[in-house]
Design a protein around this ligand. Structure first.
Ligand code: SF4
Length: 384
């Protein structure tokens, strides 16, 4: 087997109203042969059963890990559904194939469960670009604002927030807060924040972080690609820059993008999000054609090539090794997620607010001005 590759990664770190380039790294698992993949998948299935663990995978991880989650009674989904599924599943051990903040969210919601990840160094440029101490100082400087943070943040940042949101529900929650007359402090993704601000008209102060994958999609090159495929519908994740979002037929979270492809009469789509999602899109809408939105071209630096280097740290080999050794004490240090109990207690409030809001929305109960109804909807939660 070839050696594991260490990739240098650059990301945006907002500082004093400006942005600087910061440096990180990602480890890419060694490639596996077709035979090794078959053997590893069988081993993982057997071990998940033996160890009574459930696998929860994000749409951006390796296709094999997505299939394994579905084939073994786990789930493959966006971060909102991952959080909800992990909380409600009876298994005592959750294996989270994604990036670190997803494991932390699972631990915050289910502190009694054991949360393991194939590689704890799998992080996110939004999380890295929003350190808790800098963010706390920013919030302290704007005490009149309701703090809304994206899921892609550390437990400590969530603990400082009034609300946590994901891309599938952020717009609805900000709209709801805006209707209540709240001014908002938003972090960390500047593109998603600015998209929501335009859609809702809310008064929003934006942290200037970005996703290194979505930030690389190119508006000019996307227009050229659309000219080649005029019949195609353009599906865009709102972490993308405004000139890319402006060309979209549908703007939405990963799940919303998949649903749009399934429900549309169109059979060709240009997709601006991490290309890991194409596996699920092809399975959900067989026979349709999916084309990756350009990250390369005249204006490109092609730092990411539409695939998250940290999501790519989840592989079959490290997942199998984790399951094999999860009863060894050294695995706790290397692969288990721990969240400080006090931080977890504070962070759970902002996450639960979102989950309750999403449940109320699903039940088609719209939060209104009636205080009694609000109290029922957001039971056990203090004022935002
Ligand atoms: S794709 Fe972007 S937002 Fe998602 S984990 Fe990677 S860096 Fe973070």
């Amino acid at each position: 087997m070839q050696a594991i590759e260490i990739k240098p990664v650059e990301y945006e770190h907002p500082q004093d109203g400006a942005s600087c380039v910061a440096h990180a790294w990602a480890r890419t698992p060694a490639p596996t042969t077709a035979e090794q993949r078959v053997e590893l998948k069988e081993r993982i299935k057997r071990l998940l059963k033996e160890k009574q663990a459930v696998l929860v995978s994000h749409y951006y991880v390796d296709a094999d890990l997505q299939d394994l989650a579905e084939e073994t009674g786990g789930c493959v989904s966006d971060s909102l559904e991952m959080a909800r599924f992990g909380r409600d599943h009876p298994a005592k051990t959750l294996i989270v194939a994604g990036v670190r903040f997803m494991g932390e969210t699972a631990k915050i919601l289910s502190p009694e469960k054991r949360i393991l990840m194939p590689d704890l160094d799998a992080t996110c440029s939004l999380d890295l670009g929003c350190p808790a101490d800098e963010f706390t100082a920013y919030c302290d400087a704007h005490p009149d604002r309701t703090v809304v943070v994206y899921a892609n943040t550390s437990a400590a940042v969530k603990a400082r927030a009034d609300w946590m949101v994901t891309s599938s529900i952020g717009l609805d929650i900000v709209k709801h807060l805006h209707e209540q007359g709240k001014k908002i402090l938003w972090a960390p993704d500047k593109h998603l924040g600015s998209y929501i601000q335009k859609q809702t008209g809310a008064d929003m102060l934006l942290w200037q972080g970005s996703c290194l994958v979505h930030d690389e999609f190119k508006g000019v090159e996307l227009e050229l690609l659309k000219a080649q495929y005029p019949e195609a519908k353009i599906l865009v994740h709102p972490e993308s820059p405004a000139n890319v979002v402006a060309l979209a037929d549908v703007v939405g979270s990963t799940t919303q993008i998949i649903n749009a492809a399934v429900e549309s009469d169109c059979d060709t789509f240009i997709v601006a999000t991490d290309n890991g999602i194409l596996h699920k899109m092809r399975a959900a809408a067989p026979g349709k054609r999916f084309i990756e939105a350009p990250t390369a071209g005249n204006s490109a630096t092609c730092k990411s090539c539409a695939h998250c280097p940290w999501m790519a740290m989840n592989g079959l080999q490290n997942l199998a090794d984790l399951l094999e050794n999860m009863d060894q004490p050294e695995v706790s240090a290397a692969n288990e997620i721990f969240v400080d109990a006090e931080i977890g207690k504070q962070a759970v409030t902002s996450i639960t607010r979102m989950l309750d809001f999403a449940a109320a929305k699903k039940a088609k109960v719209q939060p209104g001005p009636d205080l009694a109804q609000e109290a029922k909807l957001f039971s056990g939660i203090g004022p935002a």
